[in-house]
Design a binder for this molecule. Sequence first.
Ligand code: 4AZ
Length: 858
Amino acid sequence: MRSDRGRQGGGRGPKNAGAGLKYNSRPQSMNGFEEGIEFLPANNAKKVEKRGPRRWVVLLALLVGCLLLALATGLLVWWHLQNPEVQEYKVFNGYLRITNENFLDAYEDPNSTEFANLAQKVKEALKVHYSRIPALGPYHKASEVTAFSEGSVIAYYWSEFSIPQKQVREAELAMAEERVFVLPPRGRNLYSFELTSVVAFPTDPRTIATRQDNSCSFALHAQGREPQRFTTPGFPDSPYPARARCQWALRGDAESVLSLTFRSFDVAPCDGSGSHPDLVAVYDALSPMEPRAVVQLCGTFSPTYNLTFLSSQNVLLVTLVITTERRHPGFEATFFQLPKMHSCGGSLRGPQGTFSSPYYPAHYPPNTDCTWDIEVPADRVKVLFTFFFLLEPGVALGSCTKDYVEVNGEKFCGEKPQFVVASQSNKLTVRFHSDQSYTDTGFLAEYLSFDSSDPCPGKFMCNTGRCVESRLRCDGWTDCSDFSDELGCKCNETYQFTCANKLCKPLFWMCDTVNDCGDNSDELACACPAENLKCNNGKCVPKTRQCDGKDDCGDRSDEANCKRVNVVTCTKDTYRCNNGLCVSKANPECDGKKDCNDGSDEKNCDCGIRPFTKQSRVVGGKNADEGEWPWQVSLHAQDQGHVCGASLISPDWMVSAAHCYTDESGFSYSDPKKWTAFLGLHDQSKRNAAGVQKLGLKRIIRHPSFNDYTFDYDIALLELEKSAEYSSTVRPICLPDTTHSFPTGKAIWVTGWGHTKEGGSPAVILQKGEIRVINQTTCEKLLPQQITPRMMCVGYLSGGVDSCQGDSGGPLSSVEAEGRIFQAGVVSWGDGCAQKDKPGVYTRLPVFREWIKEETGV
Ligand code: 4AZ
């Protein structure tokens, strides 16, 4: 490979029924009143005085009492609802520095007397401190010291407050303001406390230290450079506990920094809304303070993803907050200490050289500043940033308010492809700044001395200042990021098309539905009349026919992406559901939407999903990430090593190319016993690595129509002797339905351990390359008399990325709806590798869907 309350009022019955009762009751009560006056014994005045009025007073008092009570309750409820002075419970995590104290080893142990004594003094100091701040003093409830570290002594603490809602913001601001204060000598012990950097931040309720479960709290001290391992409880055999909170406080000796690497990382997937269910956070402190967070992680990471983080001091805190009951193994991490770097950057002299952000490619430490002062012998100097990752959450695009690189006064930040910055003299100053939170992998740069009269000796200089090989000039292929190598060219009309923007592109690229010119002029000449839709196959159909349930294009592209899925008359091109009905939608299988009434289009969809949610960020790189292509298999022939590729389609079956299993004089390639399949393999030199499954073959079924001469029907099915076990690196790819279309111009990935160049040597690490589906007519023109309906050309007419010897039998992986990967083809043959106008030829997979089902049941 190159590459959810009741209704008020409204009882049943006559509307005036209640009024009627009232009307009838009044004479009764009147009778009672009259009774009271007329029949009272005259000799019983005392009784009259005492009994009558008292009973009524009591009744009245009761009534008034009830009314008052109801009023008070109502007022109370109203007050609670309306009164903004409702108190809010707040916890702040922070740290302070005690400048007139020396660190004692005993401070590392929270159970020591020394710890308890100093913690008590800090608590008292905090009380005094808050009492002096009006926004905080009246509301402070309690404080607790959780840890100490060196420098002179840093105390990590949390403080609880009950603050009127209206004052919360003011209190938060007061807490975040770094302060210095001196606690004056007090009482008999004449103890004075000098505190600086007294700062604290509101804490995510989920990370409140008061809820700390000590069963999942660990304190580790680095043992020199020897990496120390720690894992989530139960790793890797059992999932981490549900709804728990764990923390690892990591320390090194004074004057050291820590390097932490997550070697394996698999927690519940991140939530798109940003409130992640399970979250691992790393802090550059011993308190979980957001403004000191180095990183927040969730999901699953490929083992090749760089997860190494550096601290700015000798401490790091790793927290795991679990809010789900999902079953995930968690993480395995190691850490060690290194001497603290006292300066970074420096003087760079000489004609060329390289420099990088501290600890590149690990995540640079927070709170770091470096300056490189470059001076070269020639009259000019330029710097090429080959990798640039300074991305930080909460930074607006283009505003480098947090971490940045500054060259000649211009700031750069974010994630950037290669770029060059040149100077108008022989001197250049490059500054690197990282703030106190969130770090990234940084940059790798090269500086180069050049002569202003000949900036790129023997090469072409892009307008960006980069030098590219002269032969790449005007070749129709963009090599300079600003297209400058393809500007001002005179197109060769016999094989080139002149775009409206004057770029030259191969004639073959015209009308292939791919905007090769950038201004779409290569596709306009073949544009459809107004009110027409251009089908993927180039045909023009009236827009009114789009989504009408009929295949007007002939390739159903007018029926793809319709809101409504129609049941249509079955043709050879329509997807047939298990109930025999056909649907208009193109490629409906396993796209996450039920298109068939019987749901059969979403059955058997345990395929085409990668184990890791996070892959390496260097996209387009040639080395595959571990677990990136879990269906890729390497087939080794006896005493020959890797010979061909294959793809896993079920626990027992693989798809490969028939030509790999054709006998040759002296070797019976058709004999299954001669082959060994390596599943979950990444590196050919590590075939015994954990996770690799080495399995024999039971049966090889070459397609009966395979033609050894034309390579028509170049497909084979391989049955495994023992079933494969699915794991994070072994999984099947999805097979496309007979009617599945992979349209012209679609980007597809080809993978394998084949030769890295024509006539070169096989790759040791699995390689990947992104190539594009080429129009069948173009394919037939490029390779006349050789292309059959079972074949398709995929690649670039300009060459450069292609499959090669040893990639044969391997899959073409096409990323479809919901990120699910379908196999589009099998690597079959080609005229050389990566040559201009000689794309690779692949066996079309949809053609063989029924044959595969018949032979394997898959
Ligand atoms: C091979 O020899 C081979 N460039 C496979 C693919 C291609 C060329 C050769 C396509 O196995």
